[in-house]
Design a protein around this ligand. Structure first.
Ligand code: ADP
Ligand code: ASP
Ligand code: MG
Length: 424
């Protein structure tokens, strides 16, 4: 007997037939004698619709501020998961399974106060464990918890993955299965590159980079939690026949295992390619080249919760003036320009220029640590396709390249083939 947490994403619970199919996956594990807890997302498209309602509430005439209260945003957007948790419990009960739905506040999944992007602080697993022992399947609404203000708090987009891994850690599950609409983690987004290959295993560090650089198959925070708490996490498909051979395999279920790098026998130099759309670039021209300038720029941006990513500072020609370029999410560019203009005198620059609609393409692989020339291959491959590079950043295990938006798909496919990822 094992203890398994099963998470089903939005497309897996998109309608009643799919919820019925999900219930069959759960029944398979219950019938095999395992203790099971389930985490569900909202039906696909539902969270977008709810967010849209919040954002599009008509404003008072003359106001163009996109104001809404984060606590009420959470009250609205958390509702999608409430519906699917109840529906799945009903589907399971109709199959004779003792199931019960739980909202984040009922367990409770305790979070911090950052409404809209809250972090899980604590989950007491004892109650779920006790119920599992009594043969009950807990169907938990993902994406939500209870803040210190006693109000529902959501975990940021894609947060049900994090709910699942956190619950798996809290109940000391043997496995956490993330069921989605693809049958594992691929070398790149299979929707962009049909030649992408499914990985049997991927190291935590690589998955962390893939997720934070745009591969939305897992929320970044879920990978961090899996790594810290050593949760054996698989990404697998809910669209396969629940009773097909091998689906109930305890040690090696079909899908991709996220694991320690030591578990990966044949480590490739490059494991995958990720991309993130909607990046914007801001350049400050003729900036005073003196100590404290960077702090004067990035301090106020950080205080305004603007996430600055790539930073490039030019060498100044005469030792007194320089240019500084950095990227922010496109959605934050106006806010960032406002912060910069409010601090213009303190920073001391001539003009601020911006460009939106850029894309960051990243090459990821632990093998890069011990191989030279990986970046050069990327630059050569992109040059051959006439793709201009606007900025570059690197770390030990990744290279990120900023390019113009329309080249995103071509760049992903070009890099994917440049590192031989489309060959098995
Ligand atoms: P869910 O609703 O189940 O949480 P998501 O849409 O959040 O599913 O994540 C699954 C999607 O992630 C896939 O449909 C795929 O398009 C995308 N994706 C991006 N990069 C990758 C990758 N490297 N491997 C697999 N899927 C990826
Ligand atoms: N429903 C939420 C979202 O769409 C959470 C999730 O699906 O993981 O972001
Ligand atoms: Mg998701």
């Amino acid at each position: 007997m094992a203890r398994i947490v099963m998470k089903f994403g939005g497309t897996s619970v998109a309608d009643l037939n799919r919820i019925h199919n999900v219930a069959r996956h759960v029944k398979r594990e219950v019938d095999a004698g395992h203790e099971v807890a389930v985490v569900v997302s909202a039906m696909s498209g539902k969270t977008n619709e709810l967010v849209g309602w919040v954002e599009n509430m008509p404003k008072v005439a003359g106001s163009n501020a996109p104001f809404y209260d984060a606590r009420e945003y959470d009250a609205v957007v958390a509702s999608g998961e409430q519906v699917t948790s109840g529906l799945l419990a009903i589907a399971l009960q109709s199959m004779g399974i003792n199931a019960r739905s739980w909202q984040g506040w009922q367990l409770p999944v305790k979070t911090d106060n950052a409404h809209g992007a809250a972090r899980i602080l604590d989950i007491d697993g004892a109650d779920i464990i006790r119920r599992m022992g009594e043969g009950q399947v807990a169907v938990v609404a993902g994406f939500q918890g209870l803040g210190p203000d006693n109000r529902v708090a959501t975990l940021g987009r894609g947060g049900s993955d994090t709910s699942a891994v956190a619950i798996a850690a809290a109940v000391k599950a043997d496995r956490c299965d993330i069921y989605t609409d693809v049958d594992g983690v691929y070398t790149t987004d299979p929707r962009i590159e049909p030649k992408a290959r499914r990985l049997k295993k991927i190291a935590f560090e690589e998955m962390l980079e893939m997720a934070s650089l745009g591969a939305k198959v897992l929320q970044v925070r879920s990978v961090e939690l899996a790594m810290v708490h050593k949760v054996r996490t698989f990404v697998r498909s809910s669209f396969e026949d629940p009773d097909a051979p091998g689906m109930g395999d305890l040690m090696n279920p079909p899908g991709t295992l996220i694991c320690d790098e030591e578990e990966i026998v044949e480590q490739e130099v490059v494991t995958g390619i990720a991309y993130a759309k909607d990046e914007a670039q801001i350049s400050l021209r003729r900036l005073a080249d003196r100590p404290g300038v960077s702090a004067a720029i990035f301090g106020p941006l950080a205080e305004a919760h603007i996430n600055v990513d790539m930073i490039v500072q030019n060498i100044s020609e005469d030792g007194s003036k320089t240019d500084m370029t950095f990227t922010v999410p496109s959605g934050d560019v106006n806010k960032a320009l406002k912060v910069l203009s409010d601090n213009k005198e303190k920073i001391g620059y001539d003009v601020a220029q911006s460009e939106s609609g850029l894309v960051k393409v990243s090459v990821i692989g632990i093998g890069m640590r011990s191989h030279a020339g990986v970046a050069a291959s990327a630059f050569r491959a992109l040059a051959e396709k006439g793709i201009n590079i606007k900025a570059i950043t690197t770390s030990e295990i990744k290279i990120s390249i900023l390019i113009d938006g329309p080249y995103a798909e071509l760049a992903v496919r070009t890099l994917h083939s440049a590192y031989g990822l489309d060959k098995s």
